[in-house]
Design a protein around this ligand. Structure first.
Ligand code: SF4
Ligand code: SF4
Length: 329
């Protein structure tokens, strides 16, 4: 009993500690970002400690990941398989007698009953199942596969190995529980190619093609535009009308890239300070404000236009984001 408790304790310790190991590269990256942003903090040892503690305690993403992984792997375990994984729910809808499943050979195993080691089934008048319940004890979801396939079965195969051990000890043939089809157990021919195989294959192929198309066309950058709502527009001494926008540029690639911003659909518009070029590190977000100006009178009222974010090295348009310019009527 003590040994079992110790094993459980070591399992829980492992499931709490292992996510920390998994999170380690993320944590290092986070620390490096802190160091880059606040070089003055990394002058003294106690400030190092303060930054590390700050990161550990307050970055909820690390804590969340650790808690989720620890709770799922350490405490919930088979509950995740039984109630959260959709595989179990698909089983009844997708399976037919030609599907490979974990199956107990009822014809061979029943009637069940205990007997002495080395006693043949014929001599005892029983089937090959010695009713030891080892297959139930090792099942992570606690089901008895001898009652037939149940939705809780996650096809882990633990009952097959356990039963084969018993069969070896009893000197009976293996595979009383095996990974096979219902038709094979009944002595009928298993059909590999049938209607649902083609339908599932076609669906999988479509999902694969859709995934590849999405992957190849995924945006490698993102642009958010928020119009400054404090003032509809500003008029300056040069007879120009200006609108201010807050921009968030996200570099979705892992390497640093240089971006440029242009405007489309707004006559004679220019960006204050000239065409912006931004160097943004991989996976980072850059936030900045830009002021768009037009000569007074060139536009009246509200006018829709687009910000175009391009890759500076290739000139390729990456994102086009709609916005609105407001001028006097
Ligand atoms: S492990 Fe095999 S022999 Fe033992 S109860 Fe299960 S099916 Fe029967
Ligand atoms: S394969 Fe066997 S041990 Fe695994 S979940 Fe299914 S019945 Fe339980």
């Amino acid at each position: 009993m003590d040994a079992r408790k110790n094993t459980e304790k070591s399992h829980h310790a492992f499931f709490v500690v292992s996510p920390i190991v998994v999170d380690w590269p993320f944590f290092c990256r986070l620390l490096r970002t802190h160091a880059d942003a606040n070089p003055e903090l990394f002058t003294f040892q106690h400030q190092w400690m303060a930054t590390i503690l700050d990161s550990l305690l307050w970055r909820s993403d690390i804590c969340e990941r650790r808690l989720y992984a620890g709770a799922n792997a350490g405490f919930m375990r088979e509950q995740v398989c039984k109630y959260m994984c959709p595989y179990a729910r698909f089983q009844s809808a997708m399976f037919d007698p030609d599907t490979l499943i974990i199956t107990y050979d009822e014809k061979r195993g029943d009637p069940r009953g205990s007997r002495g080691k080395g006693t043949s089934s014929a001599a005892s008048g029983l089937g090959d199942c010695v009713d030891c319940t080892v297959c139930v004890q090792v099942c992570p979801t606690g089901i008895d596969i001898r009652e037939g396939l149940q939705y809780e079965c996650i096809a882990c195969g633990a009952c097959i190995d356990a039963c084969n051990t018993i069969m070896d000890r009893m000197e009976y043939p293996r595979n009383l529980i095996q990974y096979t089809t219902q038709h094979a157990i009944e002595g009928k021919k298993t059909r590999l190619l049938r209607g649902r195989t083609y339908v599932y294959g076609a669906l999988l192929f479509l999902i694969f093609v859709g995934g590849m198309v999405a992957l190849l066309n995924r945006k490698t950058a993102d642009l958010d535009v928020i119009r400054d709502r404090n003032a509809l527009y500003q008029e300056d001494d040069n007879e120009e009308i200006g609108n201010v926008y807050l921009l968030r540029v996200l570099n979705k690639e892992m390497q640093p890239r240089r971006f440029s911003l242009t405007i489309e659909g707004l006559p004679a518009a220019r960006i204050d300070g000239g065409l912006p070029h931004w160097q943004i590190a991989g996976g980072e977000v850059y936030t900045t404000a830009v002021r768009v100006e037009i000569p007074a009178g060139s536009v009246h009222g509200g006018h829709a236009f687009r910000f175009i974010l391009s890759d500076d090295s290739t000139g390729k348009r990456l994102v086009s984001e709609k916005s609105r310019f407001i001028a006097p009527r």
